[in-house]
Design a binder for this molecule. Structure first.
Ligand code: DP6
Length: 320
């Protein structure tokens, strides 16, 4: 009753920021993202090895704070009568700093738990379980460029392009490695309650999704940039106008935006996006990747650069 899985984080270009239903963690709107290849979470789940309560380690250290959320996701997969589980998560990138570690973690957890219990669950139903644990995690079940739609009271997902169909490169400029002060979930609930821009943000999402879908179908990076950059800035405007304000950026975040603008002025096919953290992600065509990495590395305040292509959805590495 043991399985090991791997999932990679995903970076949203049309963002999820708001829940229609907090209890079921149903997003208030659809979203569109890139599943990455080189950053990963590997998750070992073993049921029934030790009776009693679930245990969780993250990179070898006990992680009691995350355990209730993990146990709830295991209940979602295996039912309340399931055996207790030993869960060990390994991650090759900074956790909880706006690099979507909860996305890869819960995607990997859903896949490993289901396999360890010998369940035959399809990808969509595993994505729905992962999404109830963390909305963005549902997208990491799918490869390449992924659209999440809200269909009635459920989410629906599909891959719009495989990694080889449009081999984009994501360059991550790390500007702080510490954990973020407020979780995305708590922050987006505060935005829904307090930002005067929240309703307008949600009302604009369907149009942004349609434009992004068209840009992907046409493999048109400039068109994708024209929807992704404003979508990111709209989301951060909602955060900034929440009460109290939610500001994840630091000075280096803004310096990175200036760097991306300078690259664009030089004619480079690149655009930025930023999630619930201070890191800047630059999305580019492969031929621009070296120049983008060099420029971001030279930007004041950048402490690390990571570069990755697009990758596969969550999968089993080992069973039994
Ligand atoms: C800014 O998926 O972390 O990365 O459902 O509460 O776990 P919960 O939220 P989470 O939010 C992700 C927010 C975002 C945008 C995105 O990934 O779409």
């Amino acid at each position: 009753m043991r399985a090991i899985s791997q999932a990679q984080p995903n970076i949203a270009l049309v963002k999820y920021w708001g829940k229609r239903d907090v209890a079921s963690n149903l997003p208030a709107s659809g979203s569109l993202s890139l599943t990455l290849s080189d950053l990963w979470t590997r998750m070992t789940v073993e049921f029934g090895a030790r009776p009693g309560v679930d245990t969780l380690t993250v990179n070898g250290a006990p992680a009691p704070n995350m355990l209730p959320r993990v146990s709830r996701c295991l209940d979602d997969i295996g039912g309340r009568g399931r055996p207790a589980a030993l869960v060990a998560s390994e991650c090759n990138f900074p956790i909880a700093a706006g690099l979507a570690s909860s996305a890869s973690a819960f995607a990997a957890l859903a896949v490993a738990a289901s396999a360890a219990l010998g369940l035959e669950r399809d990808r969509l139903s595993l994505a729905q379980s992962a999404g109830r644990a963390s909305g963005s995690a549902a997208r990491s079940l799918y490869r390449g460029i992924v659209e999440l739609g809200v269909n009635g009271d459920a989410i629906d997902l599909r891959s719009l392009a495989a990694p080889a169909d449009w081999p984009l490169i994501v360059t991550v400029a790390v500007t702080a490695a510490s954990a973020k002060p407020l979780s995305s979930g708590d922050a987006m609930n505060a935005s829904r309650r307090t930002s005067p821009f929240y309703e307008a943000w949600i009302a604009g999402q369907a149009a942004d999704l349609a434009r992004a879908r068209e840009a992907v179908a046409a493999r048109d990076l400039a068109a994708l940039a024209a929807v992704a950059e404003p979508n990111c800035l709209k989301m951060h405007s909602v955060m900034w106008t929440s009460r109290p304000p939610i500001v994840y950026w630091n000075a280096a975040t803004l310096s990175c935006l200036e760097t991306v603008r300078a690259l664009q002025r030089d004619g480079r096919a690149v655009f930025f996006t930023i999630d619930a953290g201070p890191q800047v992600k630059a999305v580019s065509l492969p031929q621009e990747a070296a120049a983008v990495a060099d420029a971001l590395r030279a930007t004041p305040g950048v402490i690390d650069i990571m570069q990755t292509g697009l990758g596969e959805g969550a999968r089993i590495l080992e069973r039994g």
